[in-house]
Design a protein. Structure first.
Length: 229
């Protein structure tokens, strides 16, 4: 089996791993996402060191975004207009590919996770489904008829607009672009901004969770109606 490298490029941390699949993970490292130069440099150094033991066939990168995943685009492999300080217009895939001299696959973090679920996880046997991640940000990846959904760039499921009952929830929203979009109402920073404490510290009977479930249900209804997963 060929040996592959993988990078989960998150806005908070990078996770780098080497293996042939989830049942054969040879080694892994993780480190904070600081500047592009420092963070990408750490990833490259990790893979160079490991490649001395056994060569890598390719690397896959699943990145926070927005990104350009179109191989025919002059900015393929770039993180584009991200609000992450210092990371806008960063050539992530190209820098890694040039440094290591091997092919690099590149997509959004949620599309990468969706592919993983299709091959090895909860979506085994499905050719049409969505994957959502709900954390510091909120995003979704989707496969329709066995193909990842990209469109002009890639879906931004976290930025769909939801019905916002201002009387029940006067919180203005945490999204720097749209305020009270799906991410702005239901991601981690929204819970902390609305309730004054991090989500993991809220007790199970806190009213935050009924409101969170309501927003998640509204978002899922949009995706069910649109993509029929």
């Amino acid at each position: 089996m060929p040996l592959f490298g993988g990078i989960e490029a998150g806005g908070t941390k990078f996770v780098c791993a080497i293996g042939t699949g989830p049942d054969d993970l040879r080694t892994e490292t993780r480190f904070p996402t600081t500047t592009p130069e420092e963070t990408i440099g750490q990833a490259v150094a990790f893979f160079k060191e490991q490649a001395q033991k056994e060569p890598l066939a390719a690397i896959g990168i699943a990145s926070f975004g927005p990104v350009d995943p179109n191989p025919n685009s002059p900015t393929f492999g770039y993180i584009t207009t991200t609000p992450k300080s210092g990371w806008a217009h960063t050539n992530l895939a190209g820098t890694v590919s040039r440094a290591l001299g091997i092919p690099v696959g590149f997509d959004t973090d949620v599309n990468g996770a969706a592919l993983g679920e299709q091959h090895w996880g909860a979506a085994l046997g499905l050719d049409t489904f969505i994957y959502l991640t709900i954390g510091t940000g909120l995003g979704g990846g989707g496969l329709v008829n066995g193909r990842l959904v990209h469109g002009l760039i890639h879906p931004e499921m976290g930025h769909v607009r939801l019905p916002h009952d201002w009387a029940a929830d006067p919180y203005a929203g945490a999204c720097p672009y749209h305020g009270d979009c799906f991410e702005g109402l239901a991601a981690g920073p929204a819970l902390e901004g609305r309730w004054g404490q991090r989500a993991e510290t809220l007790p199970l009977d806190h009213p935050a969770w009924a409101l969170e479930a309501h927003y998640l249900a509204l978002g899922l209804v949009n995706f069910v109606c649109t993509l029929s997963p």
